[in-house]
Design a protein around this ligand. Structure first.
Ligand SMILES: [Zn+2]
Length: 498
């Protein structure tokens, strides 16, 4: 099956704008996620895209390319705009088509799959005379995924896990419409060359939802009892982290990130803000010599009974944790520091961040809120940026060259010796500058414009040169061959703090 994906707008054409967002960025993010998911999970699919980055393409370039390639289906991704009260999802086929056309049939299926997961108001299935659905020779559909002009919808758009769900909904629809065959398994048997007959390891990714992590087993038991009162089943899993034993309260394991996130949301709704997901690679080895250690204590997905019902088409997938090439993982997987991206969601609450620091420095300023807010806005892992600040400022004790009054939490422009670096007018601006500086390294995209540029060194950064934390080694900190690892070690401690 040949799928042509057309993320709307791009380059000089930002599309609709509102609430600090450009349509072209959201459409591209969703389309890239669709591509990743469908190529990962289904057999015999080819994907072409009108653009895979922020480039300008005319409408006729898009339709001509799809026609020349002889695509089986053309899918255009757009974001709507109107007055601020309009909200919701709708999709369009060409208005010259009847309800018995193939496009109309595909619209029925895809519409119902997308609306299941996108948390948007259903505005219905529609017809219109748009260029790309008129001029393409194959069945085509244009989806309008919420209103950028509406606060509720725009808030969702900023969230990469929402983009992921929307992408998954589109994929579920296409898979159904075209009867795509799911890849049998993502398990990858590995045979070592040294002992080919005795050591065979099969790895599998599992997404486990935890609610709290404690150093005291009693506290963990209290939590389990409390959860039981709310009809949430849980168990205690002990794990060793840098020599210390921690007791984590585990709710369930899932084979897809989407299902784990769904459960996480439910737990949060029940009043727990310390729930988190850990991505674990579990391995089964046929000999006693385990060649790949699980990240944490092994959880057995077979015995974990997720209590949430899942939509049928996603429940068997083993790999939906897919994002654009610049952010390969959505959840903490510190097992693989080299791949842990700067862009991504923030898992820790502002209180968790502040409390972590105050255990070491009770006089530390409370900056967690700023890291969460700006992290979310720029799509950066705010809690890891917070860990970076802890590392840079020595738990905000400022034992290096930067003075506390500078509000410079990441040593921007401080090159050592007597060079104290930049100063910011208040705490909030200091955090903003740090996140903008991270944004400059993490992506080549233009800086979203809701907040003024306060990072004095933004233009000096080799844009997009460090998509991961470890790629900052030798860039943010010179020489700094372990800079990123130290940040991630701190972040891991923060995650496991009870
Ligand atoms: Zn558009």
């Amino acid at each position: 099956m040949k799928l042509y994906l057309d993320p709307g707008h791009g380059g000089v054409d930002p599309g609709a704008q509102g609430n600090g967002l450009n349509e072209k960025d959201i459409t591209l993010a969703i389309a890239l996620k669709i591509r990743t998911i469908i190529l990962n999970d289904y057999e015999n699919v080819q994907v072409k895209m009108s653009r895979t980055s922020d480039t300008t393409q005319s409408l006729s370039q898009r339709s001509s390319a799809a026609n020349a390639w002889n695509a089986d289906f053309f899918l255009a991704i757009h974001i709507n705009s109107a007055d601020s009260s309009a909200q919701g999802y709708e999709d369009f086929i060409y208005n010259g088509l009847t309800d018995s056309s193939k496009a109309s049939k595909y619209q029925d299926i895809i519409h119902s799959e997308v609306i299941k997961v996108n948390q948007l108001k259903d505005r219905g299935q529609k017809k219109a005379n748009f260029h790309v659905i008129r001029e393409t020779k194959m069945p085509s559909l244009l989806t309008e995924n919420g209103f950028i002009s509406n606060k509720h919808d725009a808030e969702l758009m900023k969230d990469s896990s929402w983009q992921q769900r929307v992408a998954q909904g589109h994929v579920n629809g296409i898979a159904k419409a075209f009867n795509l065959k799911r890849k049998a398994t993502k398990e990858t048997p590995k045979t070592t060359t040294t002992t080919p007959k005795t050591t065979q390891t099969t790895t599998k990714t599992v997404y486990t939802v935890y609610v709290g992590s404690y150093k005291s087993k009693e506290n963990a038991q209290d939590r389990v009892a409390e959860l039981k009162n709310k009809s949430i089943k849980s168990s205690i899993v002990s794990t060793k982290i840098s020599g210390d034993t921690w007791y984590r309260v585990k709710v369930a394991s899932y084979t897809t990130n989407a299902n784990a996130e769904k459960r996480l949301k439910e737990i949060e709704k029940a009043g727990y803000d310390d729930a988190f997901i850990i991505t674990e690679k579990t391995s089964t080895t046929t000999t006693k010599s385990v060649t790949q250690k699980p990240v944490t204590s092994t959880s057995n997905p077979a015995t974990a009974k997720p209590t949430t019902s899942t939509s049928s088409s996603t429940s068997t997938s083993t790999s939906t944790n897919t994002t654009p090439s610049n952010s390969p993982k959505d959840t903490p997987i510190i097992a693989n520091p080299g791949q842990f991206t700067i862009l991504g969601p923030t898992f820790l609450s502002p209180e968790q961040m502040d409390q972590f620091v105050k255990k070491v420095n009770p006089n530390a300023p409370e900056l967690g809120q700023f890291y969460q807010t700006y992290g979310k806005y720029y799509g950066i892992r705010g809690d890891v940026a917070f860990a970076q600040a802890i590392h840079e400022t020595d738990y905000f004790r400022f034992t290096g060259v930067v003075n506390p009054g500078q509000n410079n939490y990441a040593g921007i422009g401080a090159t050592g010796g007597e060079t104290r670096g930049a100063s910011f007018k208040n705490e909030e601006e200091g955090v903003l500058a740090q996140l903008q500086h991270l944004y400059a390294y993490a992506t080549t995209k233009p800086l979203p414009n809701q907040y003024p540029l306060v990072d004095p060194r933004f233009q000096l950064v080799d844009r997009g040169s460090a998509p991961t934390w470890t790629a900052l080694n030798g860039k943010w900190a010179v020489p700094g061959t372990t800079y990123g690892q130290m940040i991630l070690n701190l972040y891991e401690k923060m995650i496991h703090a009870g």
